[in-house]
Design a protein around this ligand. Structure first.
Ligand code: NAP
Length: 277
């Protein structure tokens, strides 16, 4: 069985390096049983960090997650996000309350600002810290913030993570964001680690996958997970995909594999603005 690798947040809390995403889950009633089974299989396998957001299906994904963890809430590490349009003092508290209700819990383990909008960052941070003080939220973090945004966070305010688009075809963060976060011991949470499936037919991934008897998805995930400061949150809505993704924890890419992948997906040589999906 694959190793349960963990990554530490600045708080010292450790979470599995491989979690589960939920964007576009919970929308189709016909797929619900399969999606619930997938999330629960992930929990069984130790993919206990589940990422969701009030935005996903306007709350439908959070409701699905709530149902998936019912009776086993303490096994899960729940991550959710407040929309920027709600991220003022009162709006953040109200959004969190609504998310807690949909998730069927009294605590979100990690609550993120989904992306930067019009509300000043200090106000959002103050609102997030108030939720931590109240116990509704275990800790707070951010998403889609580039280095200059992170530098604007109020003095002494340390997010537990920055959740950003990072995969083989989106290597921009390696130039400055990953080094910046490493300096502050902030792990990055890589979203869309298989580029929503678009990476999976790529010849370089297929070549490396074939050499290991693995799948392109496993290569894409093993590549993201090669770093000890990155958490990957692929979304998989079938148990077969969850099991396949879990097995990527046992796939160790060789230096030759990494060189093959670098030729098709070169590392950045200059600043690239952070991409968003
Ligand atoms: P992703 O995880 O890169 O890709 C999901 C797609 O890949 C789904 O179509 C899934 O199919 C497929 N897939 C997963 N495992 C597979 C496998 N082993 N073999 C073949 N196909 C596989 O994209 P994502 O959903 O955009 O990103 C992951 C999560 O990150 C989201 O769900 C969300 O939680 C988070 N996210 C956050 C932000 C943000 O702004 N903070 C933005 C985007 C995403 P099936 O569903 O059929 O299994």
């Amino acid at each position: 069985m694959a190793q349960a690798r963990t990554v530490a947040f600045p708080s010292g809390i450790r979470v599995p390096a491989l979690g589960q995403g939920t964007w576009r889950m919970g929308d189709d009633p016909a797929r619900r049983p399969e999606e619930l089974a997938a999330l629960r299989r992930g929990l069984d396998l130790g993919l206990t960090l589940i990422d969701t957001a009030e935005m996903y299906g306007s709350g439908a994904a959070e409701e699905l997650v709530g149902e998936a963890v019912r009776g086993r809430r303490d096994e899960a590490f729940l991550v959710s996000k407040v929309l920027p349009s709600h991220a003022d003092r009162q709006g953040t508290a109200d959004a969190c309350h609504a998310s807690l209700r949909r998730l069927g819990t009294d605590r979100i383990d990690l609550y993120l600002l989904h992306w930067r909008g019009g509300v000043p960052l200090d106000e959002t941070v103050e609102a997030l810290e108030a939720l931590v003080a109240k116990g509704s939220v275990g800790a707070w973090g951010v998403s889609n913030l580039d280095v200059d945004d992170l530098a604007e966070l109020p003095d002494g305010a340390v997010p537990q993570t920055d959740q950003v688009l990072y995969n083989l075809s989106r290597r921009g963060p390696e130039f400055d964001l990953l080094p910046y976060c490493r300096e502050y011991s902030i792990p990055v949470m890589a979203y869309s680690p298989v580029e929503q499936g678009r990476l999976l037919g790529h010849p370089a991934l297929r070549t490396v996958a074939a050499a290991h008897g693995a799948s392109p998805a496993q290569v894409a995930l093993a590549w993201v997970l090669r770093r000890d400061d990155v958490i990957a949150i692929p979304k998989a809505s079938t148990t077969a995909h969850v099991e396949e993704n879990h097995a990527s924890l046992d796939l160790h890419l060789t230096d030759d594999d990494l060189r093959t992948l670098d030729r098709s997906f070169p590392p950045p040589t200059r600043k690239q603005p952070l991409d968003m999906l």
